[in-house]
Design a binder for this molecule. Structure first.
Ligand code: THU
Length: 130
């Protein structure tokens, strides 16, 4: 699966986002080592802290289906403010680090043809583990 293909799946997932408060509709596509792709979108809540990001939705869907080994994730979305690079927030980086090693790839697409690729190790230094 190419990065571009995963970005397109994330873009499709962003259409399902429930984001009446921020107007940011975010989608994530998480490729498991099994070859299966798990999608997620952000689901906001009137009690803002109860909001869940697209990345965590995808991780929790995957883990709840029995997957714990992952290769890469693509994240993209739309905002009323124009093209935004939706880099995973700190909580999502920590959640990813529970299952993914430092070489896990995080693809963030500002638009379909404009994306960056970082390793989780670059995005999260000294993630907490026990
Ligand atoms: N959001 C995500 O779903 N993923 C990110 O990578 C960053 C932010 C969501 C959370 C919230 O619903 C909205 O975008 C604005 O922060």
């Amino acid at each position: 699966m190419t990065d571009k293909e995963l970005v397109l799946i994330a873009a499709e997932a962003s259409r399902k986002a429930y984001a009446p408060y921020s107007g940011c509709k975010v989608g994530a596509a998480l490729l498991a080592r099994s070859g299966k792709v798990y999608t997620g979108c952000n689901v906001e809540n009137a009690s803002f802290g109860a909001t869940v990001c697209a990345e965590r939705t995808a991780v929790f869907k995957a883990v709840s289906e029995g997957e714990t080994e992952f290769e890469k994730i693509a994240v993209t979305g739309t905002s009323e403010k124009g093209d935004i690079a939706f880099y995973p927030c700190g909580i999502c980086r920590q959640v990813l680090s529970e299952f993914c090693g430092e070489s896990f790839e995080v693809i963030v697409a500002k638009s379909k043809n404009d994306f960056t690729r970082d390793t989780l190790g670059q995005l999260l230094k000294n993630g907490f583990s026990m």
